[in-house]
Design a protein around this ligand. Structure first.
Ligand SMILES: Nc1ncnc2c1ncn2[C@@H]1O[C@H](COP(=O)(O)OP(=O)(O)O)[C@@H](O)[C@H]1O
Ligand SMILES: [Mg+2]
Length: 141
């Protein structure tokens, strides 16, 4: 299945993320693909809010901490940024398999760096800039 929409503001991307929460039944490994500034973290704000796991404004980039956990009534949402993770060994210390096995929703930025995650992903969401504030969002599952 592929779905595609274009949003025209960060707010619109967040609103779209909220609707995605209804479609993502746990457990899920979701790869978020797109350049820096494409809107991956912005989309996570909406998804985490849709799961009632976090307030939008409390979702920030897990650039240095690598994993942010948001506990919700339906699932725990994990926002993961692998931009600074370079080895399989480092990846394994994050215990992503366990988080998924426990029924988590894993939203992973830069996961495509690792072939294993590419082959294990349930859903892929790619975001592409279209001008200053346009973002083409494509979902493949
Ligand atoms: N349509 C849009 N959707 C998402 N973000 C947008 C949009 N238009 C502008 N932006 C801005 O682009 C930036 C996206 O940043 P971020 O979500 O952190 O990207 P990434 O996590 O992909 O690096 C934010 O500053 C956001 O306000
Ligand atoms: Mg980000």
């Amino acid at each position: 299945m592929t779905r595609e929409i274009t949003t025209h503001s960060a707010e619109e991307t967040i609103a779209f993320g909220r609707t995605l929460a209804e479609l993502l039944s746990p457990p899920k490994l979701v790869l978020l693909r797109g350049d820096l500034g494409a809107g991956k973290t912005t989309l996570v704000k909406g998804i985490a809010a849709g799961f009632e796991a976090a307030e939008e404004e409390d979702v920030t980039s897990p650039t240095f901490t690598l994993v942010h956990e948001y506990r919700g009534p339906r699932a725990n949402v994990y926002h993961i940024d692998l931009y600074r993770v370079d080895t399989l060994r480092e990846l394994e210390t994050l215990g992503l398999d366990d988080l998924r096995a426990e029924g988590g929703i894993l939203l992973i930025e830069w996961g495509e760096k690792f072939p294993r995650l590419l082959s294990e992903r349930d859903v892929e969401i790619s975001l592409e800039r279209d001008g200053e504030s346009g973002r083409r969002i494509r979902i493949t599952s």
